[in-house]
Each structure stands twice: as structure tokens, then as C-alpha cells.
Ligand binder design. Structure first.
Ligand SMILES: *[C@@H]1O[C@H](CO)[C@@H](O)[C@H](O)[C@H]1NC(C)=O
Ligand SMILES: *[C@@H]1O[C@H](CO)[C@@H](O)[C@H](O)[C@H]1NC(C)=O
Ligand SMILES: *[C@@H]1O[C@H](CO)[C@@H](O)[C@H](O)[C@H]1NC(C)=O
Ligand SMILES: *[C@@H]1O[C@H](CO)[C@@H](O)[C@H](O)[C@H]1NC(C)=O
Ligand SMILES: *[C@@H]1O[C@H](CO)[C@@H](O)[C@H](O)[C@H]1NC(C)=O
Length: 573
């Protein structure tokens, strides 16, 4: 993160390694930021594709789980179908121009799973679903021999409107069973959440895990007293992300092995950070071999703000390939800091993209640190192309999802949020208040973040108290089941003139609704339009819960406090 690097006095990528800057010019997010350097176009900006003259069918196919293993005999894949003006193949050869083209008539959907190595077809299937945003197709995978190489799923679709044939394909993994004591983390690529097994009870059941935690200072805190690991877990955080020092080894291995022993015993999941070493093949391999079979290892984290530092564009992807060879059982994550700088190349290096937008008490148009303005081609203000309001956090997540959509990435990336839990240094005049902290978490979750890892712990007592309480709510079995077991639906809100943001998740007979007022208090009536009919409020999970009324397709209340967050469960009609 920016913070740690500033403290080490090396904010920029040093002028010799980046690729887009004039000689000797320090840059962040590709931009010059020192007053003596002139602005230049940093490039690397991802734009919306040119619209097509034709209506397009945008088809994406990917397995439901990032990996299956020898223990799985059933699997599935997701077929997503959307109409688009920017991606896909002309719908019915361009002869149909309506927007609501999907015929109610079923499509013919044929698929086969084959072995690219032998050319053999192993499984075939035929279905006749209606085209929809997301259709799940079950496949029996018991006959796919477990191995490290993937199998291919070929999908053929015949549209009823015009008999046009579409083909697409994806890869599916059925990995061997682990025999080294290590665990497996799957990504449910339909909803974006992690799935794990509780090894403490030897359970074979896969359960969703919503990571709620912090980047944790190692040298400055945890290393000095490992008993803090117990306290951290007891506080309600379900994973831990240790920030290593520089050099090699990045931590004292003896102490770190003891730390891992504690995490193994406690069932505290570890997000292992390779920020200083992911570009060195030897050091990367050394660490992967060292920790890949730890029971509590949850996932890897490679590049920390590679877009800020202007790491070589291919570096994260190269590291991802190397990690997959050594450890195909765990996902890989990285964190992006810039608004729009070589997103395509950097995001190709991970399954999970974290976004660290720090908008609290920061001047986003003028950098007091460097004495320059900040704009889309110049300056470093601590929050790239931000407005300096809490909704910068959710705007960035929306932007990343839009980029993914333009790129047509399948499987989709998962996004996690990194809320600001520091301040009073460099660009940031103070720490967030607990209310701001909770609001940033809620804005992230409302905009589809599937994990929260704040920067940085230890934080202020008041922020820690707020996140302890919120962690218990978000990671509870009931709430996690909503967040990772259904799609996030953004809701229409009428709340003049307040900046109210709301999202819903529907499961069985209940609806979870999360409401955030990211701006000033309002006395006005706030009306939230729900995606389904409800009969009332079943429970309030966060906020005082009073004053809300739920009936029909509306959740409403008179007035909402500044930065107020309310999380309620409603009964469906
Ligand atoms: C889980 O399995 C291990 C190894 O077989 C055994 O030692 C341990 O007691 C088991 N734990 C539980 C909670 O069943
Ligand atoms: C690592 O920590 C152990 C245990 O505290 C200590 O004995 C050892 O000297 C440390 N190693 C290094 C290289 O500092
Ligand atoms: C990787 O790190 C090792 C150990 O620090 C070093 O000897 C080696 O030169 C590095 N490799 C590269 C390619 O930088
Ligand atoms: C940012 O700094 C500039 C220059 O000092 C000042 O004019 C402006 O009001 C500041 N904006 C905020 C939001 O603090
Ligand atoms: C950003 O500010 C710099 C320095 O004032 C200026 O040269 C540049 O034209 C500005 N860029 C944009 C896009 O306004």
C-alpha cells in the first residue's frame, strides 16, 4: 500500500524500472507527480469498446467452482447470456435489432467435456433452457480422471429465433486429492465467494467463507507477541493477512512457522503476502513450497499496488502461472490502487482483485505532499482520480466491474474491498471515524465485494471496536449465506437529497437489505424499491433498526443519519 512505501521513502516505482515515463521522472499510477516534472499522458487507460451496429449476443461460459477435486463426482458450469452492443457475436446474424431479443422459446444447448490430450469425449449432455443472464448446467465429472491438467467443456447453442449456432468453451479442473495434509480453497465463480472445509472438525462439507479482516503489521506488531494471534481470532476476524518486511527472508522463518502453527490450531485462515518477492521466481517458489500445504493457508497475495508502482505489466501474470504449477489448490489475489492504469494486464494476474481506495480526509485535487495539482494525467494525492468522498470506494468497484465487462473476462474476477483504517499522515489528515469505517465496508459489500481486508492493523481503538462488531454480523452463517449464496442486486433509492446506497440479496423466503447513507443526514422520507414483495421486517442486524417499514415492494423510513448503516432481514410475501 501507499502508506508502507512512503514510510520507506520510496513512493514511486524507481525511475529505472517503469516503462512509460521519461528518464528520471518518478511516477505513481503512471503519472508524474513531482513539481519539477511536467505532465505527460500515462497511457494504459481502458476505454469502453466501440459500439457495434448490430445487436450482439454476449455468451460466457465457466465452471461453477474454480477447481473440483477427486472427491467431487458432480460439478456444473454456468452459461451467461446477455445482449450487448459492445461484445459478442451478432445476434441472428444481425437481423434482429430489438433489445429484448431473448425469445421465450428454449434454445438447444449441447455440451461435451473432452480431453484435449487424447481428443476423447468423456461426458455429453443436452438441455433446452430459455436464454438467461445465468443458467447453471450440471455435469457428472466422476469419469474425469483426477489430474493437474484441465479438461475442456465445449458448448454449442442453437437459437430458436434464427437457427444460428454459437459455440464457446471453457476449462474445468478435477484435481487429485491432496495427500500432504494441505487444504483446498475453491472460488464459487457464480457468486464470487470463497468455499472452504472446516479442517478442525475434519468436515468434508464445503462452506462459504466471507473474509473479514485486516492487513496486519508483522515487524511493527505481531512478531513481537504471537499471543496476539489468539486475540485477533477471538475479536471475530476469520482470516489474517500479515504484511512482510522487505529483504529475504521477508520474515523470520522460525517465528513465522510458529505463527502458522498457531493459525493451524485455531483455524484462523492465512492470506500469504508475496509483495516484495513475487517477481523473483526462486524466492516465489521457495515460499510457495514452504507454506502451500499448511492447513490454514487460504490464498496467495502477489502484487501490492503493481499499477501504482508500475511493476512490469506481465509480472503478476507470470507469478500466477508459476503459483498454479506449484499449488493449483489455492486462489491468487492482488491489490490495485489506480483508477484506470493498465487494468487489463495487471488484473490478468489474479483470481481476486482487491481495491484500496482511501478517500477519508484527503485532498484529491491538490497534493500538499508534493505541492502540485492532481488530475487524470498528473499528480499523486493518495486516492487516484477520486472525489474525496466515501462513495469513491463503491465507484471504484463499479469501475472495475465495468472494465471486466468490457474485457469479457470469464470466469469473472472476484472483488474485495480494502477500507481505510489509518490516517494522520502524508495525504490523510486524520483517521476515519468508526461511522466512516462501517460505511466504507457497507459500500464495498453493497457493490459486490466478497471480502474485506482493511489497511492496517493495529488501527484506532474506535475503528477496531466497530469492525469487531461488524465482523460478527458479516461472517455469521446467516449473513454469509446471503452474501455468498445469491446475487447482489443494487436497489433504486429515492432519498432527496441524501446519498443513500442500498443492495439486496434474496434467498429462500428471506431478503437481506443493506442501506448506507454515504453523505449528510436527511430528514426526508427515504424509499427503497425492493426486487420482490415483502411482508415485514424479520430482524435488524446492524443499526438501531427502528423506524423502518417494509411492505409490498418498498422499504422506507423518515430520515437517515450521516453515514448511517442499516442491515435488515425481511420476510418475503
Ligand atoms: C480429525 O482427524 C485426525 C486425523 O485422523 C484426528 O487425529 C482428529 O482427532 C480428528 N478430529 C476430529 C475433531 O474428529
Ligand atoms: C528468528 O527468531 C528466533 C526466535 O525468536 C531467533 O532465535 C533467531 O535468532 C531469529 N533469526 C534471525 C535470523 O533473526
Ligand atoms: C532472486 O533472489 C535471489 C536471492 O535474493 C537473488 O540471488 C537472485 O539474483 C534474484 N533473481 C533475480 C532474477 O532477480
Ligand atoms: C485542496 O487544496 C487546495 C489548495 O490548497 C485548496 O484550495 C482546496 O480547498 C483543498 N480542497 C479540499 C477538499 O481540502
Ligand atoms: C493536469 O495538470 C497538469 C499540471 O497543471 C497539466 O499540465 C495537465 O494538462 C492537466 N491534465 C489534464 C487532463 O487536465
Amino acid at each position: 500500500m501507499v502508506l508502507g512505501l512512503l514510510l520507506l521513502g520510496r513512493l514511486s516505482a524507481s525511475a529505472d524500472d517503469p516503462f512509460n515515463n521519461p528518464p528520471g521522472v518518478d511516477i505513481w499510477c503512471g503519472k508524474a507527480y513531482r513539481p519539477e516534472d511536467a505532465a505527460f499522458d500515462p497511457g494504459g487507460w481502458l476505454n469502453a469498446p466501440e459500439p457495434s451496429r448490430f445487436l450482439l449476443l454476449d455468451l460466457r461460459v465457466f465452471p461453477r467452482m474454480s477447481v473440483y477435486t477427486a472427491d467431487d463426482s458432480e460439478g456444473s458450469f454456468i452459461l451467461e447470456a446477455r445482449t450487448s452492443r459492445t461484445r459478442g457475436i451478432p445476434y441472428c446474424s444481425g437481423n434482429i435489432q430489438r433489445h429484448d431479443v431473448f425469445s421465450v422459446d428454449p434454445v438447444e444447448l449441447a455440451f461435451e467435456v473432452s480431453d484435449a490430450e487424447t481428443g476423447r469425449t468423456l461426458v455429453t449432455g443436452l438441455e433446452a433452457p430459455a436464454l438467461s443472464i445465468s443458467h447453471e448446467v450440471s455435469i457428472s465429472i466422476g469419469d474425469l480422471m483426477p489430474r493437474f491438467a484441465p479438461y475442456t467443456i465445449n458448448v454449442k447453442l442453437i437459437l430458436p429465433d434464427c437457427d444460428q449456432i454459437y459455440t464457446t468453451s471453457t476449462k474445468i479442473f478435477r484435481l487429485p486429492r491432496r495427500d500432504d495434509g494441505g487444504g483446498v480453497t475453491k472460488i464459487d465463480q457464480l457468486y464470487g465467494g470463497l468455499m472452504v472445509q472446516d479442517y478442525l472438525s475434519n468436515s468434508t462439507e464445503w462452506k462459504p467463507l466471507f473474509p473479514f479482516s485486516y492487513y496486519v503489521s508483522w515487524g511493527g506488531w505481531l512478531e513481537q507477541d504471537l499471543t496476539q494471534v489468539d486475540a485477533f481470532k477471538a475479536a471475530g476476524y476469520n482470516i489474517i493477512h500479515v504484511v512482510p518486511g522487505g529483504g529475504y527472508p521477508p520474515v523470520n522463518w522460525t517465528t513465522f512457522e510458529q505463527f502458522f502453527d498457531l493459525c493451524d490450531e485455531l483455524g484462523l485462515w492465512v492470506m500469504y503476502d508475496l509483495r516484495h518477492t513475487y517477481q523473483n521466481r526462486t524466492l516465489l517458489s521457495d515460499q510457495i513450497s514452504r507454506f502451500a500445504s499448511r492447513k490454514s493457508l487460504l490464498l496467495w497475495y502477489t502484487a501490492d499496488e503493481p499499477d501504482g508502482h508500475c511493476d512490469p505489466l506481465e509480472a503478476p501474470k507470470t507469478a500466477l502461472g508459476r503459483i498454479r504449477e506449484l499449488d493449483p489448490w489455492h486462489p491468487v489475489s492482488l491489490c490495485l490502487n489506480c483508477a484506470n492504469f493498465h487494468y487489463e494486464e495487471y488484473s490478468a494476474g489474479a483470481d481476486i482483485i482487491l481495491s484500496d481506495v482511501y478517500p477519508v480526509a484527503v485532498n484529491t485535487s491538490y497534493s500538499e505532499v508534493y505541492g502540485t495539482v492532481c488530475n487524470t494525467t498528473y499528480g499523486c494525492c493518495g486516492c487516484d482520480n477520486c472525489e474525496g468522498r466515501l462513495s469513491d470506494v463503491s465507484d471504484r468497484l463499479d469501475a472495475f466491474r465495468r472494465y471486466q465487462d468490457w474485457l469479457g473476462t470469464a470466469p469473472p474476477k472476484s472483488f474485495w474491498g480494502v477500507p481505510q483504517a489509518f490516517g494522520d499522515e502524508m495525504f490523510w489528515r486524520r483517521n476515519p471515524t468508526p461511522e466512516e469505517e462501517v460505511a466504507m465496508v457497507a459500500l464495498s459489500v453493497n457493490h459486490d465485494a466478497k471480502g474485506i481486508v482493511g489497511w492496517i492493523y493495529p488501527t484506532t481503538d474506535s475503528i477496531a471496536a466497530a469492525t469487531r462488531a461488524l465482523a460478527r454480523v458479516v461472517t455469521s452463517e446467516e449473513i454469509t449465506a446471503f452474501l455468498l449464496g445469491s446475487s447482489t442486486q443494487s436497489l433504486e433509492v429515492h432519498s432527496p437529497p441524501a446519498a443513500v446506497d442500498a443492495a439486496a440479496w434474496v434467498r429462500e423466503s428471506k431478503m437481506l437489505v443493506s442501506v448506507v447513507n454515504s453523505g449528510r443526514a436527511t430528514q426526508a422520507r427515504v424509499s427503497i424499491i425492493l426486487p420482490e414483495m415483502v411482508v415485514g421486517i424479520a430482524a435488524s442486524k446492524w443499526g438501531d433498526g427502528s423506524g423502518w417499514k417494509a411492505a409490498g415492494r418498498e422499504l422506507s423510513r423518515n430520515g437517515l443519519g450521516k453515514y448511517e448503516v442499516d442491515i435488515v432481514v425481511l420476510d418475503l410475501a
